[in-house]
Write a protein that binds this ligand. Structure first.
Ligand code: FMN
Length: 530
């Protein structure tokens, strides 16, 4: 085991929530001191994007076979729409004097540590360079102008995390949540691209240093101390038919030779608590350049969704349920199966994912038509089935439930109280139709490649994003659950070591609306409204 893997494993164990002690976080929170959710760079030219809110024709179900969607032209309006549907605002909520924005991508605690960047080359609608997306204003801030003339037309999206924004509330466990959020953002980007008839290619070979160079994150003087951004992901957006892509090394050279502008404004918060372990794990889990095989599952026809809405409507209406109706009628079995079929790696939603699946679901079924309440499993890769069977309790029966999806019945019983208690006593895990734990093939994955720690959380976030949108399409609602008692989950399943670890929870059911909250339009403030 490498020193870095050891650091990562120590971090992971230290940031487990335990029934007797939560992972280390701030002892008090001053909400007036919350870090600014919207980063701005001063001293950059601002590029206004066309008005947000455009609806497109494709139905959400069309995204199962995205190649049937006619590609939209690559222009400023559609690049803006891509950013809006992936990372833009979806609504404002108001309660008394408090007002907060929601976005198309969810975020633990709504803190939004993820920042998004657009890189454009050889497009006539925008100067070649690097741009930071400001979701609040729906504008781009030009961070870099490329001086070289590049003819190849290209559009890339880079994602980074301001760890401190999340750590402000969640302390040491925040690094995990930042990674979940990146997975969700990647999922959001894939749905947005598919809606435009475009696809995305995850440039999985790139190192963090490469991404930092491309996005200007290594320009230390442009960021305030403790408010720096860490590089995570870079993707190429490919409208069909794909043009000749610009080689990544050339792109890095071009970015290095470019003219950079602006400095990140302060996030306007006092750094009362410090969490040095986050920097330690971030360094240990940083990604070098790698050679990645072109892993891709063969797409199989998924089960048809019962949804009839457009993709843009589903994307913009996605929300987290804060409360569920514990007396809901049973969730139709077809909707349940469809949601599970949608998270299998053989769907279009995972076509940009460059690695074989390492995350499997253990599901607490509470209220699903035709299924006994109890514990079920959905191995997302049949190669993992035997390993999962061996690692779990001997008295689980592992009976295949249906031919349609790899769903296995393990144990019958009422798991509502257990699910709630495991998820930090949150009723959202018990009042739903089902809730689940995402279990990673852990120690083997990290043994020699500690950076894959982050990748496991990204895969969880990606699955979570699929579930969020599928739930909306089925007329119910989902919520990500980052707060759960890690080792109690492992104990329940029978895991005795770190071969498997639960990295994220999720719940789906019939939401109860909080009538005290007012919902306001996403971009009313750009039209002179609130
Ligand atoms: C990684 C992650 C973990 C989350 N954990 C919880 C949780 O433990 N409990 C909860 O009520 N909501 C949880 N949420 C939901 C967020 O609070 C929600 O996404 C955020 O408030 C933004 O609201 P929205 O999803 O409606 O846009 C989580 C979301 C994410 C992405």
């Amino acid at each position: 085991m490498t020193q870095q893997t050891e650091t990562v494993l120590n971090y992971h164990n230290r940031t487990k929530h335990r029934t007797e002690r939560y992972a280390k976080g701030p002892e008090s929170l001053d909400w007036d001191d919350q870090p600014d959710q919207f980063r701005h760079f001063s001293g950059c030219e601002i590029v206004a994007l066309p008005k947000p809110g455009t609806d497109l024709e494709p139905l959400f179900t069309d995204l199962d076979t995205p190649e049937i969607i006619p590609p939209k032209p690559v222009n400023l309006a559609n690049a803006g729409l891509l950013l809006e549907l992936a990372f833009g605002l979806s609504a404002w909520k108001q309660f008394g004097p408090s007002r907060w924005a929601l976005r198309c991508n969810p975020s633990s605690g709504n803190l939004h540590p993820t920042e998004a960047y657009l890189i454009s080359t050889g497009n006539d609608f925008i100067q070649s360079g690097v741009y930071h997306y400001v979701s609040h204003d729906h504008t781009l801030e030009q961070r870099c102008r490329f001086s070289n003339t590049i003819e190849e037309s290209g559009l890339l999206i880079g994602l980074s995390s301001v760890h401190w924004r999340e750590a402000w509330k969640y302390g040491e466990r925040a690094f995990r949540y930042c990674q979940h959020d990146i997975g969700h953002a990647l999922g959001a980007l894939r749905y947005a691209s598919a809606t435009l008839g475009w696809s995305i290619e995850l440039l999985a070979e790139a190192s963090d240093d490469d991404i930092a160079t491309l996005l200007g994150l290594n320009r230390t003087d442009d960021f305030k101390v403790l408010e720096h951004e860490m590089p995570d992901i870079i993707c190429r957006i490919t409208p069909h038919p794909a043009g000749k892509p610009l080689d990544s090394n050339t792109l890095i050279e071009v970015a290095q030779a470019g003219t950079w502008f602006g400095k990140a404004d302060s996030l306007r918060a006092y750094h009362l608590y410090k969490w040095p372990i986050i920097d330690e794990v971030a360094t240990a889990a940083s990604k070098p350049r790698t050679v990645e095989s072109d892993w891709q599952a063969v797409r199989r026809h998924t089960m048809k969704s019962s949804g009839t809405k457009t993709a843009t409507a589903i994307i913009r209406q996605r929300r987290s349920a804060q409360q569920f109706d514990g007396k809901m009628s049973l969730l139709p079995q077809t909707d349940f199966y469809r949601m599970l079929a949608a998270v299998l790696p053989t769907t279009a939603a995972f076509e940009h994912w460059r690695w074989s699946p390492k995350i499997h679901l253990f599901i607490f079924v509470h209220r699903v038509e035709g299924l006994e309440p109890g514990l079920y499993a959905l191995p997302r890769d049949l190669d993992a089935l035997e390993k999962l069977q061996t690692a779990t309790l001997a008295d689980l029966d592992w009976q295949k439930v249906t031919d349609q999806i790899p769903l296995y019945h393990l144990y019958s019983g009422d798991f509502r109280l257990t699910a709630k208690n495991l998820s930090c006593h949150q009723p959202i895990a018990s009042d739903s139709a089902f809730s689940l734990g995402m279990v990673a093939e852990f120690s083997e994955t990290l043994d020699t490649t500690p950076w894959q720690y982050r990748r496991l959380f990204w895969e969880c976030g990606l699955i979570g994003q699929v579930l969020y949108l599928e739930a909306e399409a089925a007329g119910v609602r989902g919520t990500g659950i980052g707060c759960y008692f890690d080792d109690n989950v492992h104990e329940l399943l029978g895991f005795k070591d770190e071969q498997f670890q639960s990295l994220y929870h999720f719940t789906v059911g019939k939401p109860l609306e909080d009538k005290r909250l007012e919902t306001l339009p996403a971009y009313g403030h750009l039209n002179g409204g609130v």
